[in-house]
Write a protein that binds this ligand. Sequence first.
Ligand code: GRE
Ligand code: ZN
Length: 327
Amino acid sequence: MKGKIAFEEHMAIEETLQETKSFAGESGRWDDFTNQILDMGSRRLDNMDVTGIEFALQSLNAPGVQGIVDTTEAISVAKKANDTIANAVNKHPDRYGGLAALPMQDPEAASYELTRCVTELGFKGAMVNGFTQKDSHDSAIYYDIPEYREFWATVSELDVPFYLHPRMQLPSHAQNYEGHPWLMSAPWGFAVETSIHALRLCGSGLFDDYPNLRLVIGHLGEFIPHALWRIDARMRFSPRGYRGTRPLGEIFLDNFFVTTSGFYNDPAFKNTLDVMGAERLFFSADYPFETMQDAAGWYDKTPVISDEDRTKIGRTNAIEFWGLELE
Ligand code: GRE
Ligand code: ZN
């Protein structure tokens, strides 16, 4: 399919590059991977051309700004990353858009940077890599706490989507992963970490206060769509501490949107489609952690959607969702 739009596509800057090393695959691949993730020119664009991806929103690699303990440094790295993305967008406005990296260490600074990115740089929303560290390497701050309500008010006012991207749990918080580093990472722990964060947001009353918030999660919903029925079924018996005024499943289906990033599998996709509906699903690749060839090769041919839905999920949903100026 030509004309696809993707939006979990990552770049890096020198300051955040090294964090990605352990995810780049075999050690011999690092130099090439570095070239791929830093490049925002012909290599990325050629890849998009051959896989039918017309337009892609670019975002900083994980954990990016969220892994920086010094707030002043976090603010300056976020700004540098966003200015780097803006520069690529300016060069290729018909191919790229931007999602803002945010210094969540300081909610007010995060609001300020998001506002700058949206109103001055024309960014379409934010991409944040899970909980943030701050001051101490062992800290992990989640955004359902009251300190972030003003930040969410800004997101709501700007009316832009917020993509909650995975990061790995901190070793000091991960006793249950001990001895199994593979388990903490993209095969499983990424989804556990991200789904817990998303569910915390759902259970915090946030979406009662700001019903227009639009949260995006990748990897076919980080296991949540599959589990949604059971969450509500069991919550009837143990809703302790739940602060939503509606069942969690309703909140999730109203306020969350899901992409195919890094998860190219028919049965899992079919289940996600059944639960979410074609209007709330989007194509994405997760380049360069995945190849655009794998993402598009599967998506263009999967028999579990009609051609009408393929066009929606691959393109037209995204145009409306992000307010893109594409036909
Ligand atoms: C991602 O961006 O989703 C990602 C990483 C590292 C490894 C796997 C992966 O950042 O999907
Ligand atoms: Zn990603």
